[in-house]
Write a protein that binds this ligand. Structure first.
Ligand SMILES: [Fe+2]
Length: 195
């Protein structure tokens, strides 16, 4: 059984950049759904093994990837946001950003532009790729498609419409601009150190 993470700040703490109503629905209903469905899928997989009935195995393993990745990405998302307190990439992460993207501004521009063009429902991610020993930015479709195997997500931005429509309607660029004000770099720095 996986469990929901606690929201690390009050439900209205990200105002005005991310409003209370959006966060409430996103955390308490949508994220909860991914956690619940991951657990239901694990239970069905257990039943399949016990009954030796694997006729739904293809569907169940696809569900596990979708719901499980949805749960994981939402945890990362809620934790890599925070009230608008000063924080920035630390010296270790900044060195790597400069090395792999040229500068912080170039990284930020690529991440912003990349977020704008995520197709349909998906995510934008800053990841560490151990096999390449470098940072990359990836657009993820749904919750599980278009990854580099083994990569570690450091900073994730939910680009599903449910993440911004209530507050920003179709204005994706405004949502992305607002996100930069509530990135909790302290968490991102820790993820990079523990990569
Ligand atoms: Fe979401």
């Amino acid at each position: 059984m996986i469990k929901m993470i606690e929201l690390p700040y009050p439900i209205d703490a990200l105002e005005p950049y991310y409003n209370r109503e959006t966060l409430d629905i996103h955390y308490n209903i949508l994220y909860k759904g991914y956690v619940d469905n991951t657990n239901k899928t694990e239970e069905k997989l257990k039943q399949a093994r016990e009954t030796k009935n694997f006729e739904n195995i293809k569907c169940l393993e696809k569900d596990l990837s979708f719901y499980g990745s949805g749960a994981i990405l939402h945890e990362l998302f809620f934790e890599n946001m925070g009230p608008a307190v000063p924080s920035s990439p630390d010296i270790n992460l900044m060195e790597q950003i400069n090395k792999d993207f040229g500068s912080y501004e170039k990284f930020k521009q690529q991440f912003t532009e990349s977020s704008k063009v995520v197709e349909a429902s998906g995510w934008n991610l800053l990841v560490w790729v151990p096999n390449f020993k470098r940072l990359e930015i990836l657009q993820c479709e749904k919750h599980q498609n278009l990854t580099l195997w083994g990569c570690k997500p450091l900073l994730v931005l939910d680009m599903w419409e449910h993440s911004y429509f209530l507050q920003y309607k179709t204005k994706r660029p405004e949502y992305i601009d607002a996100f930069w004000n509530i990135v909790n770099w302290n968490i991102v720095n820790k993820r990079f150190i523990n990569k």
